[in-house]
Ligand binder design. Sequence first.
Ligand SMILES: *Cc1c(COP(=O)(O)O)cnc(C)c1O
Length: 303
Amino acid sequence: MIQFPEINSKIQFLKKEKEVELHLLREDLIHPTISGNKFRKLKYNLIEFTKGNYSALLTFGGAYSNHISATAAAGKEFKIPTIGIIRGEEFELKFPENPTLKFAKNCGMKLKFISREQYKNKTNPDFLDQLKSEFGEIYILPEGGTNHLAVEGCEEILNQQTKEFDYICCAVGTGGTISGIINSAKKHQKIIGFPALKDSDFLNDEIKNWTGRSNFMLVSDYHFGGYAKVNPELIDFINEFKDQFDVTLDAVYTGKMMFGLDQLIKNGFFSSNTKVLAVHTGGIQGNEGMNQKLNKRNKTLIL
Ligand SMILES: *Cc1c(COP(=O)(O)O)cnc(C)c1O
């Protein structure tokens, strides 16, 4: 049985601008390798795993996935065999130069590379049965790690110290994390999500699968062209943020959220004397892979 300590992340004051106080919940500091919201999402799934008779925990992700990285790290730490189904056959040959996959492999994760076409079957029951016949009694965690146990884990992101805030902001991928935050928010709190994907229309319905509450809104103007797409303005923002607050953001999720949130404050979206809490969901491992790509294109790197 895995015993997890109770974690209360520290809250860092960032700045007061336009009479709005901005603070940061440092979920990125929860664990050195099982970072941020991925720890929250894994927690009850790992407990569930140990209750059953499973031979391995299998999950899905792209070649730079924070979820793959965190699952592999958790497998190593809690001695659970892990299997990663990776999107893109081309990474089978290239993977020694991919920092995320190299890390996952070193943690003991077994990697299986499939084509982008095949990967689309990731929730198809026949495909999952096929994986079960290949790998045995596996515990299957969906892409991004979102299921009802993951949402339950994310309900623990907010705590006693976060009660005083009027707004809670977070980056959104599959919607699991924001759903947990929505569920555990106080009645007076509003949640703002910043989708990292361009086509995020599905998210409102997806979030409704996990919560009956409507105390949230999505601001979809800050995806920077799509998932994992970046431009020099975003990278400059991330580097200035590091300089000013000594906090590293990632370019896929938290950098875009903080950029968008900064714009909302500057545009007068919040009334004066509002207290805003942004959640740093981690994901810093992705910066190494992002910098490899930026470097190939001779662009400014993330510091
Ligand atoms: C995965 C991830 C998210 C998105 O979480 P969802 O539960 O999929 O919405 C946000 N921030 C970071 C750093 C992540 O790694």
